[in-house]
Design a protein around this ligand. Structure first.
Ligand code: ZN
Length: 491
């Protein structure tokens, strides 16, 4: 089995280099001096070029041809499955195209940010048109005559298809729309006000991270414009942000990213720096961040504990009791922005993007018509018009960096979280009593043992099916939402 050993040794170095490249990205968003922008672009491009040549190295093909996977155990077989897939993918995309995409999307991201700040869609459209054109070419190369958009989804959620996602969204839409309509007819939820100093918000963010089991010996929290989680294994860092009048933004972004980070920290250490050593898909990743953030973090029991923690740090927060804080945290409200959407409306934002990007990739929608299509669709789905581009088509970075097929994994994560939550409640019947004391350990230990520890060992759907004991479906999420918001809004 020396071919297997050689392959894994080579892969180990590639994975280590990929972690280094990721750390450069983390640094760029947190610590890097402003004057280093151009040099960093060179450094990043150099790392990407090293990684690309390693991922297409012909020795990979030779080793893979020599290895008899059936002679390996389940872990070895899973490693080979991942490496084979990644190698085949890297070979399908011509090197020139991969390079052009990297160059254009890095320029496009800057142009998107400038256009968004200036509320000027027109200056962004030419480069977005280039990105769409290039990603269509890449999708065609990956699809090998099959469905282009399915091939793109596969990068983020292996084995998932647009048809399956469509069926999932079809089941979700009518019930979410009905729930939203019933809730918005009721009196609005109580609102938080008070003084929320940045230092105290960061202190609370650290407390929340610790409460959810984030290991600070293998991670750290810094501030960044956009919250994210980065790295795997023994170095998983998160960022958060503060907002003077909306501390929930800081707290729930932190819990969300802690969910992502705990997934990475929770993977079996034996898989470190191998293809199994990171989250298996974006959907499963999002299931962890969302169950930490919503089903646990926005539960009545946990917010009762938060009420005391907030009063201790911020004094009078204008909501009288724990029950009012619970309602404030779960307020269903009008809004344009996906990342600020409540649990009831979040998936409606995703459906809009799913339909538009699929049309873009299929060539049924041109970039020139994208803003009008977005605005029409938003009006139809939400009942009011988009007031400015930063609240509409320019709000998300994803398309500017070529992430097509990514958005639906957010909804998939919510659906998976719904399945896991049902199983978690059965496995830990006394959960609310723990959460009311700020003790999430039983919940996070269950998630670690059933989902996180497996890393990339199984397929995404199998990971969720084994953990939850059910075939993934939107039913548990929809029932949870109807019960929770039905009670909060006395429907
Ligand atoms: Zn996330």
């Amino acid at each position: 089995m020396s071919a297997f050993k050689d392959l894994m040794a080579f892969q180990h170095t590639t994975e280590a280099l990929a972690q280094v490249a990721g750390r450069l990205g983390w640094d760029q968003e947190t610590m890097m001096p402003r004057g280093a922008v151009d040099q960093r672009a060179e450094e990043t491009a150099a790392m990407q070029s090293v990684l690309h040549s390693r991922r297409t190295d012909p020795r990979l093909g030779e080793w893979l041809a020599q290895i008899d996977a059936s002679a390996l155990g389940p872990v070895g077989q899973a490693q080979i499955r991942h490496i084979r897939k990644s190698y085949a993918r890297a070979l399908k995309v011509p090197a020139d195209l991969a390079k052009t995409i990297a160059r254009v999307t890095s320029r496009s991201q800057g142009q998107w940010a400038a256009a968004r700040a200036a509320e000027d869609v027109k200056t962004f459209l030419p480069v977005l048109d280039e990105v769409v054109h290039l990603k269509r070419l890449e999708g065609q190369a990956l699809a090998d005559g099959g469905n282009v958009y399915d091939a793109m989804i596969d990068d983020y959620e292996p084995d998932m298809t647009a048809a399956e996602l469509q069926a999932m969204f079809d089941a979700m839409r009518p019930r979410l729309v009905a729930l939203r309509g019933a809730v918005l007819d009721k009196a609005p939820a109580p609102k938080l006000s008070g003084s929320f100093p940045e230092m105290a918000q960061m202190d609370m963010a650290r407390k929340l991270a610790q409460t959810f089991g984030y290991d600070f010996a293998k991670g750290r929290i810094d501030k960044a414009v956009h919250p994210f989680s980065s790295g795997s294994g023994h170095d998983v860092r998160i960022t958060t942000r503060t907002s003077a009048d909306d501390p929930f933004n800081c707290f729930y972004s932190t819990i969300h990213e802690v969910g992502h980070a705990c997934y990475e920290q929770g993977i079996d250490a034996a898989y470190a720096l191998t293809p199994l050593g990171e989250g298996v898909s974006m959907g499963v990743h999002e299931s962890q961040s969302r169950i930490y953030e919503n089903q646990i973090g926005r539960s009545r029991a946990f917010t009762a504990w938060m009420f005391g923690e907030m009063r201790a740090r911020f004094g009078d927060i204008s909501v009288a009791d724990a029950e009012s804080l619970y309602k404030a945290v779960n307020a269903v409200h009008r809004g344009y922005i996906r990342t600020e959407a409540d649990e009831v409306q979040y998936n409606l934002h995703i459906m809009l993007r799913f339909d538009l990007e699929r049309a873009l990739m299929a060539g049924d929608l041109e970039v020139a018509d994208l803003e009008a299509a977005w605005n029409d669709r938003f009006k139809a789905d939400f009942g009011y018009g988009v007031d400015k581009p930063s609240n509409g088509v320019l709000q998300d970075v994803h398309w500017s960096v070529g992430l097509f097929g990514y958005f639906p994994t957010y909804s998939l994560g919510n659906v998976y979280a719904g399945c896991l939550h049902t199983a978690l409640r059965k496995a830990v019947p006394g959960l609310d009593a723990d959460l009311a004391l700020g003790d999430t350990s039983a919940a996070t230990a269950w998630l670690r043992a059933t989902v996180q520890i497996h890393g990339g060992l199984k397929t995404p759907a199998q990971t969720i099916a084994d953990a939850s004991g059910m075939t993934p479906s939107p039913e548990p999420l929809l029932t949870y939402l109807e019960e929770k918001f039905g009670a909060i809004y006395a429907l």
